[in-house]
Write a protein of this length. Structure first.
Ligand SMILES: Nc1ncnc2c1ncn2[C@@H]1O[C@H](COP(=O)(O)OP(=O)(O)OP(=O)(O)O)[C@@H](O)[C@H]1O
Ligand SMILES: [Mg+2]
Length: 291
């Protein structure tokens, strides 16, 4: 056998080894429900986005019931800028007046949601995009008058999500909720946490644009690898969290309180972080567990 052929064969053997090593993991994961929140912050690079979508598709093919909830913060900011509408955040939440709400809907439902559906459908005809208003999936109420149309989730009705899953599709959910007087802007982290809770999800995964939760956001070496439920509550109570991490950690604490057994924050801009976390011992990012 020529040297080049041997190299080819060795490469093929190592690919097969990867598959066989993943077998016990695949076996364990089949039939489990994973809620994945894909942050708008991690969707900037089209090629990386395609890789995330391919990973999600693979999870589905392996028998995992994948529910995708997405954000769209950066795309919404770009649209608001183009429309000369000021961008304003309070405690990590977007202050949402009527015209901001219209832009949120256009971008989140019309653009980001359909973009993800399109990308997933490249691998088969298997994604269905909905907003939280469809099937009254996310029932909302105003959160705080100073935040305008920012909603808190009053109730999640998972029946439409279940129907979509049972029919073999991946539900892709834009975090817009329906309230008594119209649509509400629901922070996507909050929506993902509540959907995971309502579905009794086995795992809740946040894909964002940083490696995980840092003890000090300016110190690369301060990545926190694991936090228990009580440690998560202590961290929230310390008041040290800010920016986009605040709604994330708050919703993680609530999801753990509601019985979701495992939550993880991963870097969605790191190639195949999803597969690394799920199918290897190595894991990555920040893992949140019950006490
Ligand atoms: N302690 C912290 N550790 C890590 N990131 C932090 C921390 N505090 C603030 N951040 C910020 O949180 C950001 C992630 O939240 P952000 O809301 O921007 O993204 P996302 O939730 O993934 O996307 P989207 O809001 O579009 O759904 C990071 O880019 C980082 O700047
Ligand atoms: Mg966010």
């Amino acid at each position: 056998m020529q040297k080049r052929d041997r190299l080819e064969r060795d490469r093929a053997v190592s690919k097969v080894e990867v598959l066989t090593e993943a077998l016990p993991w695949i076996n364990r994961m089949r039939g489990k429900t994973f809620v994945i929140k894909y942050g708008g912050s991690a969707m900037e690079d089209a090629e990386l986005c395609r890789q995330v979508v391919a990973d999600i598709e693979l999870l589905k093919l392996m028998g995992i019931r994948v529910v995708l909830v997405h954000g769209g913060g950066k795309a919404i900011n770009a649209q608001l800028k183009a429309l000369n509408i000021p961008v304003n955040f309070k405690g990590g939440l977007r202050v949402t007046d009527e015209q901001t709400m219209r832009a949120v809907q256009q971008v989140l439902v019309g653009q980001v949601n359909q973009g993800l559906v399109w990308a997933l459908n490249e691998y088969g005809h298997n994604a269905v995009g909905i907003s939280g208003a469809d099937g009254k999936t996310l029932k909302a109420a105003p959160m705080d008058p100073s935040l305008g149309r920012v909603g808190r989730i009053r109730e999640v009705d998972p029946s439409l999500i279940e129907t979509i899953l049972e029919d073999g599709y991946i539900p892709v959910i834009a975090s817009v909720g329906c309230g008594p007087d119209g649509f509400y802007n629901i922070n996507a982290d909050v929506a993902a946490g509540k959907v995971a809770e309502a579905m009794g999800a086995d795992k809740l995964i946040y894909l964002t644009d940083v490696d995980g939760l840092y003890g000090d956001v300016d110190d690369e070496d301060s990545l926190i690898q694991t936090l228990t439920r009580s440690e998560t509550h202590e961290l929230l109570a310390s008041g040290s969290l800010g920016g986009g991490m605040l709604p994330k950690i708050r919703s993680i604490a609530e999801a753990l309180d509601a019985g979701v057994s495992e939550v993880v924050i991963l870097n969605g801009t790191f190639p195949h972080s999803l597969l690394l976390e799920i199918f290897t011992d190595a894991g990555c990012g920040t893992m949140f567990t019950q006490d």
